[in-house]
Structure formats: structure tokens, C-alpha cells
Design a protein around this ligand. Structure first.
Ligand code: XBP
Length: 253
């Protein structure tokens, strides 16, 4: 039986990369009078680097106009990243970043069925907090049995550290949880921890590593486009459907 649902944040709960972090990075560049602007396409490529600060440093190293010395580059990356997060919080708090369709319903399913939920993300605690407080209210944390962010798991996905920390805190064996992920790095992290994964494709990850996933599809609000095909009675991908997939999988044996 599924004893916990572990949620990734960026791309899975909301399209935070395209509509949040990218916009905030570009606003930060502008307000610090830096000559860089990332297009949607360029950011998509940079997303192969996990972590906003790491992503920025990677781009600074490979592009021009960045300080030549590593220490100066790191200091600038810290400054830009801090400002990016402030601007990101503003975008989210203004209600410009909705939860993805079907997410709210699955959160409610889990609550109703008393299936403990967790957050396992590479982003900061502050970024998780603003997103979930905006959508779920001040007591958002009471809905989650565990929140693992970059603070608790500094080794970013695809490293399984975050998933292992969540399993440890919840005292679960890997196959007793299900991970909700969108990107290859997240799928790889869950897989390396032994946790079955449901992949909801996102804007930046319409294809990619989903090897061994419990199910893969475009959105929790749709039943078309999923593999395996959902039950004929399903109207969305809710907890019932996830349990059905799980029961037919090797993890349930
Ligand atoms: C996604 C990430 C993060 C965000 C930006 O994490 O890789 O780095 O892009 O956030 P996940 P920070 O999919 O695990 O939620 O700037 O805080 O790194």
C-alpha cells in the first residue's frame, strides 16, 4: 500500500521555472544593470544544471561579461541569486504562478485518505514556503509530514539525498512511497532512492528520462496521453488511479 506521496516542487506543483525563476532571473539582471538576459529556450538548456545559483555560475563561466576571478564571480552569483529569490517571491505572492491543473485535487485526495505527504525539492525552503503559503494558506506546513528542501538536502537532484532524508524521517521503505516528478534529474533521484515515480511532463521537460516510472503523462487533470492507460472510470489522475497503477506494479509484489 502507498504510505506517502512525495512531491517535487518546481515544474511539478507549478510551472515555476518558466513563469517564476526565469522571469525573476531576468528582472534581477536588469535591476543590477547586468547585460545578460535569458530567453525561454536558453533557460531550458541551463535547466540541465540543478540549482539556481549553480545554473547562474555555469552560465557565467561559459559566457562573456562575467568577472574573471572565481571569487568575484561567486560573490556576484550570490548577489544575483539572492535578488532573484526576492523577485520570485514577489511574482508568486502576486498570484502569478498557479498550481498546475489537478495538483490541488490530488493534494486533497491524499489529505482525505490520510496518506501523509512530503515535499522533496532542490529549491530553497523560502521558495517552497512562498508558493505553498500563497496557494494553501498560512498553515500549509500542516498538510505535509516532511519538507526536504536544499537546506536539509544540499546535494541536489539527481542525487537521492532528498528522497533518502524524507524516507528516513517518515520511517518508510522506498517502495512504500510514491514520488511526483517532472524532470529527468528528479526521476533519477527518486529512482536512485528506490522510490516509484509518477512523471507529469512539464513545459521544460516534455520528454526525457522516465525509465522505470510507475506512470508518465502530460497533466494530472487529463487522462489522455498517460502510460499506462488509466482506468476507464478515471476522470483525472487522482489517488485512486495512482493506487491502481501501484497495485499492478512490481513494487506492490
Ligand atoms: C528545481 C531547481 C531549482 C530551481 C531554482 O528544483 O533545480 O534550482 O530551478 O531554485 P526541484 P533555486 O525540481 O527539485 O523543485 O534558485 O532556489 O535553486
Amino acid at each position: 500500500m502507498i504510505k506517502s506521496v512525495l512531491w517535487d516542487v518546481d515544474g511539478t506543483l507549478a510551472e515555476t521555472e518558466r513563469d517564476g525563476h526565469l522571469k525573476a532571473f531576468n528582472q534581477a539582471f536588469e535591476s543590477l544593470a547586468l547585460p545578460w538576459r535569458w530567453s525561454e529556450r536558453r533557460y531550458g538548456k541551463l535547466l540541465l544544471v540543478a540549482g539556481g545559483r549553480e545554473r547562474l555560475l555555469h552560465d557565467m563561466q561559459s559566457g562573456g561579461n562575467a568577472p574573471a576571478h572565481s571569487q568575484a564571480r561567486q560573490a556576484l552569483a550570490d548577489q544575483v541569486h539572492r535578488l532573484k529569490n526576492e523577485l520570485y517571491a514577489r511574482i508568486v505572492a502576486h498570484g502569478n504562478l498557479p498550481l498546475r491543473a489537478g495538483v490541488r485535487e490530488l493534494l486533497d485526495d491524499c489529505e482525505r485518505a490520510r496518506v501523509p505527504m512530503g515535499i522533496v525539492t532542490t529549491t530553497s525552503r523560502a521558495n517552497v514556503e512562498i508558493l505553498l503559503k500563497t496557494h494553501l494558506g498560512e498553515d500549509w506546513e500542516s498538510k505535509f509530514a516532511i519538507v526536504v528542501s536544499a537546506r536539509e538536502a544540499p546535494n541536489k537532484k539527481p542525487d537521492p539525498q532528498g528522497y533518502l532524508a524524507a524516507l528516513d524521517a517518515l520511517k518508510l521503505r522506498p517502495h512504500e512511497a510514491v514520488a511526483m516528478e517532472d524532470a529527468g534529474a528528479g526521476v533519477a533521484a527518486a529512482r536512485a532512492a528506490g522510490v516509484p515515480v509518477i512523471v507529469t511532463r512539464s513545459h521544460y521537460f516534455p520528454v526525457g528520462d522516465s525509465q522505470g516510472a510507475l506512470a508518465v503523462g502530460p497533466s494530472l487533470a487529463r487522462i489522455d496521453g498517460w502510460q499506462p492507460v488509466p482506468d476507464a472510470r478515471a476522470t483525472r489522475i487522482g489517488l485512486e488511479q495512482i493506487i491502481r497503477w501501484y497495485r499492478c506494479s512490481p513494487w506492490a509484489q
